[in-house]
Structure formats: C-alpha cells, structure tokens
Design a binder for this molecule. Structure first.
Ligand code: GLU
Ligand code: ZN
Length: 499
C-alpha cells in the first residue's frame, strides 16, 4: 500500500507553529514511507477564509523549505485540491446518503434551532445540540418539500441503537492513543453535512475528500478527536473503508496551558521576523512531542525524514520552550558559512540603517561578510548580527569618559594607556591574523610591563564604542590602520577635553 497523508488547513488565519507541526509530521511520515503528502485547502467557511491567509500559507512553506507532492499549486490526481471548487461533489454525496437513508433533510429555521439549544442548556439534562426534530419526516414528504424550494439543510442520521435496542458505540484504534470508544448518543447530535446555501460543512467535505483523494493516514491535532467517531460513522454510511487515524499531542506553554500569544510568538511570520532560521524551527518543532535518538539534538530535514516513525511520538502534551528554540537557532547560525550568513543578514543590516540611505557599496558588503567570524559564535538571532556590527560602518557615539577607564585607572592613567595603544594601532590593524596580533601585543606588553587588559580596554572603547564588543583585533583589521587611528585620535581628543 502506498501511504498517502495530508495537511488540510482552513485558511482562516496566519500559519501557526502548531499547524506547521501537523504539516511537518505528515510530511515526515510520508517521506519515511516513500508515500505522498497532499495539501488540501479546506475553505468551505467562506466567511472566515481569506486570500491573504492562502498566500501566507504558500509563503510560509516556501520559506520553511518543505513541500507537498500534490496540492492546489502543483496539481495531482485528486485535483482540484481546494474545497470551494468541489461543492458539486459534496452535494452529490450528501444526496447519496439521503438515498441510503443515512441522512435526512432538516427544515428547522435558525431561530428554532437557537431556541432548542437554549432550552436544552437550561434544562441541564446533558442533552445538547439538535433535537432530531426532522429525523422522522417521511422521506417522500421531505424530498418534495426540498424539491419545492423550502430552505433546508442535510443532516447525518447517526444510528443510535442496534436492532435489539442496545445503544450503539463507535470504536476505532488511534495509532497513537490506542483503542477509543464513543457512545453514538454522545457523538455530535445529527450534525449538518450540507448547509442551506448548499455548501458542505467541514465533516462532509473532509470525509469525502479524504476518501476520494485516497488518504490512508489522517494525522491531525488532538482537538479533532471528538470529530473522529462522527467521521467513522460517515465512512460506514458511505460503505467506505476509513483511513487510519493518529491524533497528535497538543502543544503547551511552560505553564501547562495551550500555547498562545501570551507565551510568545506563535505565527511563523513572527518567528521569521524575529530572526529565526527555518532549519532551527523545523528541527525544534519536529522534536516537539517526539523522541528520536538519545543524545542527538541536531537533525536536518533529510535526517528527520529518514528516522521518523509514528511510534516515536509521545502521547503526553509537548511543552514549547522558547529558550530551547533559541539554542537551536544559535546552533544553526553557527553552521552557516560566512558567505551564507552575510547574505541572510545583509537585508537586516540595510533595514537597521548600517549603511545609510544609499545602501551598501561593494567595499561595505565585503567588510560586512568579512565580519561574520567576529559575531557568529555568540549570535542567537540573525538580527543580533547587524546590531553588533554598526560600529564597523560609522563611528560609534562616544560613551562617557568613565567607560574608557580600565579597573583602578583614572582619567590621566587612561589617556596614558590609550597613547600607548595609539602607537600599537597600525601594527595591530595590519596584522594578518588574530594570532599574529596577539603574539605582537603580548610581547610588547611584557617588555613595557603594562597589564594587557588595562592596555586594551581604552583602545577597545575607542575603536568599537563599547567595553563589551566583538573581538578587538578582528575589528582593527577590518577597519584598517587609517580609520582605526582616526578613532583613537578622536577618543584621545575627547578624553583630553575632560581633563
Ligand atoms: N480543516 C481542518 C483544520 O483546519 C482539518 C482538520 C483535519 O485534519 O481533519 O485543521
Ligand atoms: Zn430539523
């Protein structure tokens, strides 16, 4: 059997970390079994679906870098993959269920349904939803009323009792959660399949499409668990084999509540805007609620696909830890080559105004790329990189004089140290490597008897504008002897003015 699974989002919002995780698990499962992964747009709720959310879906997966084998944009044997283009199909299947006496027309007005719901709630009898009022209208009568144009919906006739009167139950085995059993009387009471505008509801469109598209495995969020017995009943009513079901564990914040905006970013757009790399998100999300190899944290998409299996999923809810995701991001930043990293960060640097309004010239671009080794090791987000490198492209503002002082030094002592630093600046800035600069300065400090840290602090502040900065020697090399000297002179003048 060829495994076929699917991601079936409703484009009613931005792509969310939880839904992307569902998509990813389906993708990985299909890949691990040499199967097919299908994208289907469930846009039957026309009041809530928007074109911009469809666009966001495409942009998100383009950025994440994994794709479906069949879908609205790439086509496939199950086309069309957009439910609003399939309404006639659902109408046909709704009628088929009516013919089989497994569904019926309901002529209740919205007002009546509201009233029933309120009364049932007030009575607290445990009975909720529709009261099956139209279930026993003789089929001939119902058909002619519907044919005559009376507004109506089509409802599923959920079998409630066995022939002998025993209550019916619906059972299935969830691939993750095991055996699941629901009393039919507890299943959503005769839900609407076709609305009065002839549009299908989620249940009808979902089941018909999973069947027609040959879906063998439905892996979806646990919030859909209550719908599954209903779907199984529908498969039975059509006389179709149901697919396998696997309900994925929920994603929680560290406080044990369902992950939401209160915890931090949730849409992929936000993560992207904050400077997360797609590789980091994919790696972290794939391990969220799944256990792979003990002691191995970093997996490429190919490795994940190679080692994925449903028995690696955990039943317990997954906890989304933003700190852990940050760690992953830092790891993936360090795995980038300097050239790749520079290319990713350059637009952010432009945006942050590093190169002024005109944008970077060739020399600035080269310097930016050459600066990657200075910042790569510590960066957690891409935006950290341009933030730390501003001083390489324009003279940093002069901090307060005290910032220049090494421990225990005063203004006069600091000026003296910086004057020494000035004479050392050209050779340091001309050194070929950190090693060469270090050897030179150590040697010099030893002969002079000055403490290396004391010597370098005012020089660092003069060149980078801060006590804590990317490495000094690399910065001097990138600025070159002339510009470096100019910064030292500027600082000396400034400190002299404070005397
Ligand atoms: N359209 C549903 C959603 O938005 C699909 C649920 C399912 O996978 O069956 O999540
Ligand atoms: Zn009714």
């Amino acid at each position: 059997m060829i495994i076929r699974d699917r991601y079936a989002p409703s484009p009613t919002g931005l792509q969310h970390i939880g839904s992307v995780r569902t998509a990813l698990f389906n993708y990985l499962f299909a890949r691990s079994k040499q199967g097919k992964f299908v994208l289907r747009l469930e846009d039957t709720d026309q009041t809530r679906c928007e074109e911009r959310f469809v666009q966001n879906l495409y942009d998100t997966f383009e950025w994440l870098g994994f794709h479906w084998d069949e879908g609205p944009d790439v086509g496939g044997p199950g086309a069309p993959y957009v439910q609003s283009e399939r309404t006639e199909i659902y109408q046909k299947y709704a009628l088929e269920l009516i013919e089989k006496d497994r569904a019926y027309y309901c002529f209740c007005s919205p007002e009546r349904l509201d009233k029933v719901r309120q009364e049932r709630e007030a009575a607290k009898s445990g009975e909720t939803g529709y009261d099956r009022h139209c279930r026993n209208i003789p089929p001939e009568e119902a058909r002619s009323r519907a044919a005559g144009g009376e507004p109506c919906t089509v409802r599923l006739k959920i079998p409630l009792e066995e022939k002998g009167g025993a209550p019916l139950v619906t059972k299935y085995r969830d691939l993750l959660l095991g055996d699941i059993e629901w009393k039919n009387s507890d299943v959503n009471s005769d839900p609407v399949l076709l609305k009065s505008d002839r549009f299908p509801t989620y249940h009808l469109a979902n089941v018909v499409d999973d069947h027609l598209m040959g879906i063998t495995h439905v892996c979806r969020a646990q919030e859909w668990l209550p719908s599954t017995p209903l779907h199984i009943i529908m498969y039975g009513a059509f006389g179709w084999e149901p697919p396998e079901f696997c309900h994925l564990p929920m994603v929680m914040g560290t406080d044990g509540k369902k992950l939401s905006k209160r915890h931090g970013a949730t849409s992929i757009d936000e993560f992207r805007g904050q400077g997360y790399l797609p590789e980091a998100l994919i790696n972290y999300v794939a391990l969220l609620g799944a256990s792979y190899q003990e002691g191995k944290d970093l997996y490429s998409l190919e490795e994940l696909a190679g080692s994925f299996s449903l028995d690696k999923l955990n039943k317990a809810p997954a906890v989304f830890d933003y700190k852990k995701l940050e760690w992953y991001n830092g790891q993936y930043i360090r795995m980038k080559s300097d050239a790749e990293l520079a290319e990713l960060c350059l637009p952010l640097a432009v945006e942050a105004g590093l190169f002024g309004d005109a944008g970077p010239n060739t020399e600035q671009k080269e310097r930016f790329a050459a600066a990657m080794p200075l910042v790569k090791e510590r960066a957690v987000f891409l935006k950290d990189i341009p933030e730390k490198l501003g001083y390489l492209f324009s003279e940093p503002p002069l901090p307060e004089a005290g910032e220049f002082f090494p421990k225990k030094a005063d203004l006069a002592g600091t000026i003296e140290l910086l004057e020494k630093g000035r004479t050392l600046t050209p050779p340091l800035a001309s050194a070929q490597s950190d090693g060469e600069a270090e050897a030179f300065i150590k040697d010099w400090a030893e002969k002079d008897g000055v403490k290396l840290g004391d010597l370098l602090m005012p020089l660092r502040v003069a060149v980078t504008g801060a006590r804590v900065s990317p490495p000094l020697f690399g910065s001097l090399r990138l600025l070159g002897p002339e510009a470096s000297l100019a910064r030292v002179d500027r600082a000396l003048e400034y400190l002299a003015s404070k005397r």
